[in-house]
Design a protein around this ligand. Structure first.
Ligand SMILES: Cc1ncc(C[n+]2csc(CCOP(=O)(O)OP(=O)(O)O)c2C)c(N)n1
Length: 371
């Protein structure tokens, strides 16, 4: 019998249409500062919009000041955040104090908004143990192992569910590279299997150090990876703070209502280097690639909206920047005044019952430290 031309399945067509639900990332304000979704913007008061802008100016100033501190040798590892302000401030402000945050190393700004201090953030960067103890206990320390915070989140979310906590979710961040880790899938899958309350953010900033997003995975969008685990997901313009906030708020409500987790991919960009350790982006990306992203700066966009509404001025912004810089310098003084760490304490905290050799080491270090 001759082979008919009709195929029972068309893999090429399936592949070509897999990303269809993600063709239009959620947007409220476009890159020219034009409001494309006025009904959503109308839900926000003038005060809320101004507060969004203040938070982004705060984060940009924090970034600039930390880069200065790094150059002065006053910080340890620090992950720059310029470009990611809308993604980070728009999302974190959608959560409540009782929600549990599992951050990665690029998420110090969200941690500070969620209830720790700038000084604690600096102490963490300097490798000081006090940088891991926060006033709001509902957060972990920033995860360095890529993707591990997704597995931690699964555990936290399951705990929330088992404790029958009301109006409480876990939320977590990773980058685009993080979605290639086994931990990423395990965390989302486990949470979904148990229908536990979590919101999983992927801040797709285009790069995992020097590896571009397109080499990371053949998936057209990172959001669609969630579908395989039975999790609803969305792509949002990560340079549009109102869109990010609106989507995050809805995701929180959905998860808190007992419907299981959500995955949100924010489309954003890392304006500078991967870390303060000094990689040079000009070695791995082009000016042609960078330019449209720099033009999409979330601060430019929001500045335009607020200026059109006569709610913002350059003078007001300049004053805020000065005030924030002073705050950060004070925070650095506070961090630098923290008592020096003792190796003897580390040994004591590690061993409940120290072995004879550890006992000897504790005594040796104590003798040195008392001088
Ligand atoms: C398990 C693991 N593998 C490798 C590294 C080294 N590493 C540190 S950051 C990074 C890139 C992460 O990129 P992405 O997830 O996109 O996040 P971004 O830094 O861009 O926010 C890598 C590979 C690590 N920390 N952990």
């Amino acid at each position: 019998m001759a082979n008919g031309s009709k195929q029972i399945v068309d893999f090429a067509k399936i592949k070509a249409t897999m990303a269809d639900p993600y063709k239009h990332p959620v947007q409220v304000i476009d890159r020219e500062g034009k409001v494309v979704n006025p009904d959503i913007l109308a839900k926000y008061s003038d005060d809320q919009l101004v507060d969004f802008m203040k938070k982004m100016v705060w984060e940009r100033t924090l970034h600039e000041q930390t880069m200065n501190f790094s150059r002065q040798g006053r910080l340890g590892f620090y992950a720059p955040t310029a470009g990611e302000e809308a993604s980070e401030m728009g999302s974190v402000t959608a959560f409540k104090e009782q929600d549990f945050l599992a951050p990665a190393y690029r998420d110090l700004p969200q941690m500070i908004q969620h209830g720790t201090t700038v000084a604690k953030g600096f102490l963490w960067s300097k490798g000081h143990v006090e940088g891991n103890i926060h006033e709001n206990k509902n957060m972990l320390f920033p995860q360095i192992i890529i993707g591990a915070q997704y597995v931690e989140t699964a555990g936290v979310a399951l705990g929330i569910k088992k404790n029958k906590d009301k109006d409480r979710v876990a939320f977590v961040y990773t980058g685009d590279g993080g979605t290639s880790q086994g931990d990423w899938y395990e965390g989302v899958n486990f949470t979904s299997a148990f229908q536990a309350p979590a919101v999983f953010f992927v801040q797709n900033n285009g790069w995992a150090i020097s590896v571009p997003r397109y080499k990371q995975t053949a998936a057209e969008t990172l959001a669609q990876k969630a579908v395989a685990m039975g999790v609803p997901s969305v792509q949002v313009d990560g340079m549009d703070i109102v869109a990010v906030h609106e989507v995050s708020k809805l995701a929180r409500e959905y998860a808190a209502a007992g419907n299981g987790p959500v995955v949100i991919e924010t489309l954003t960009y890392r304006f500078g280097a991967h870390s303060s350790a000094g990689d040079d982006p000009s070695r791995y990306r082009t000016k042609e690639e960078e330019k449209p992203w720099f033009d999409a700066d979330p601060l430019i966009r929001m500045r335009k909206v607020l200026t059109d509404k006569k709610l913002w001025s350059q003078d007001q912004e300049d004053k805020l920047v000065e005030q924030y810089k002073d705050d950060f310098k004070e925070a650095m003084k506070e961090a630098e005044a923290a008592p020096a760490q003792k190796v003897s304490d580390f040994l004591k905290w590690t061993y409940n019952v120290p072995t004879p050799s550890v006992k000897k080491q504790i005594a040796e270090f104590e003798a040195k430290e008392s001088k």
